[in-house]
Design a protein around this ligand. Structure first.
Ligand code: NAD
Length: 370
């Protein structure tokens, strides 16, 4: 049996609480001989700052570099609001993304039937929704230079951010999107603003060429990013895979996220380039939510986003897609039976589960299906 090395970085706030529920599933899979996971754990974010004055230590960076998959909880909290900018909790996550070369961020928006009424949109618009947003993560306006605020000396200041994309950055994210579409409903929608941005013109040109030369069997459509935002709330089921840049991806994935109800339900994956020898991509899996200091320590955190992030690791890195399907089915079954943490509760289905109870119930479903 192939052995896989998982590196846990639970982080701060509810991070360790939701990670505990993944660890429970990993241990069970190990004892059943379903997989051989070797696990190690490190510090990231505020907890790392408290321990070594850095948002992640060199030792833990090195461990993340050799792991098959990094499982990341969440970082940050009011305790670290005043720490110096370069060692603030988020710096640990940004360093991981940069040093592991994680240029592709995958955010699925899946609406479980039992939660369709929790969405702010009508049930028929979201029920059965299953779309995937592929966001470019290491380029674009968040990183482009110059990035400055200049004093103009006349009582005015000028802020500058620079949107930059090179051909190779667009090619590689397009390939990730087309490859994923082939495993799904075979359709990619590429979102940019070619009508007003030069990077949009280049994006459109490169995606079109990669499609023509390498993926003619996949359906490709181009959509302006602002129209895409509108379409996402009008009729999101028209999409399968949406590929877009860092800035638009940030916004569009948050819109898509809210289609499905709560932040506590949303997993994500960040992938790097395939290794020349092993073909495996460096990867980090994390829930979309933050460290939720307002509920940390109360047992109210929903562990599903973290558990589903582990499900993405099973699918995209660990070659255990059938177990990813079983884990998704276990989550769906638990929700269908009416189990609810506070964030996904409603009048009809009040909160009746703590973080641990939700994690245990999902594991029980998984065991029953084994
Ligand atoms: P947040 O995602 O932590 O919380 C937003 C709201 O959603 C809160 O009311 C919270 O209680 C709720 N929530 C989030 N996750 C939940 C879960 N699993 N179950 C139930 N409810 C959940 O965002 P925030 O409050 O803006 O930020 C809190 C801290 O987290 C800040 O320090 C921020 O910088 C950090 N943050 C970190 C990440 C990350 O680690 N990737 C992402 C976003 C925010």
């Amino acid at each position: 049996m192939t052995s896989y090395n998982l590196f846990y970085l639970p982080g701060d706030g509810i991070g360790p609480e939701v990670m505990a529920e993944v660890k429970r599933i990993v241990s069970w899979m190990n004892t059943q001989g379903i997989a051989k996971f070797e696990t190690d754990e490190g510090l990231a974010g505020g907890s790392a700052y408290d321990a070594h004055g850095k948002a992640i230590s060199e030792e833990h960076m090195a461990k993340a570099q050799v792991a098959d998959a990094v499982l990341f909880g969440a970082v940050g909290g009011p305790k670290w609001d005043k720490v110096p900018y370069d060692v603030r909790p988020e710096a640990g996550l940004l360093r991981l993304r940069k040093d592991l070369g994680l240029f592709a961020n995958l955010r699925p928006a899946i609406c479980y039937p039992a939660l369709a009424d929790a969405s702010s949109l009508k049930r028929n618009v979201v029920e059965g929704l299953d779309i995937l947003i592929v966001r470019e993560l290491t380029g674009g306006v968040y990183f482009g230079e110059p990035k400055t605020i200049t004093d103009l000396g006349n009582g005015q200041k000028r802020g500058i951010d620079t949107q930059v994309y090179d051909t190779f950055e667009i090619e590689r994210i397009a390939r990730v999107a087309f490859d994923l579409a082939k495993t799904r409903r075979n359709k990619v929608s590429s979102a940019e603003k070619r009508n007003v941005m030069k990077t949009g013109v280049l994006w459109n040109e490169v995606v079109t060429r990669v499609h023509k030369e390498e993926y003619p069997q996949v359906t490709l459509e181009h959509v302006l990013a602002d129209n895409c935002a509108m379409q996402l709330v009008r009729w999101p089921k028209q999409y399968d895979v949406i590929v877009t840049d860092n800035l638009f991806g940030d916004v569009l994935s948050d819109v898509a996220a809210m289609l499905t109800g709560s932040l506590g339900m949303l997993p994500s994956a960040s992938l790097g380039a395939p290794d020349a020898k092993t073909k495996r991509r460096k990867s980090l899996y994390e829930p979309v939510h933050g460290s939720a200091p307002d509920i940390a320590g109360t047992g109210a955190a929903n562990p599903i986003a973290m558990i589903a992030s582990f499900g993405m690791a099973l699918r995209y890195t660990l070659g255990l897609g059938d177990w990813a399907d079983r884990l998704d089915a276990a989550i769906s079954a638990v929700l269908a039976k009416g189990l609810r943490t506070k964030d996904i509760a409603s009048e009809a289905q009040p909160a009746n589960a703590t973080t641990t109870q939700m994690g245990e119930a999902i594991l029980k479903e998984l065991q029953a299906a084994a």
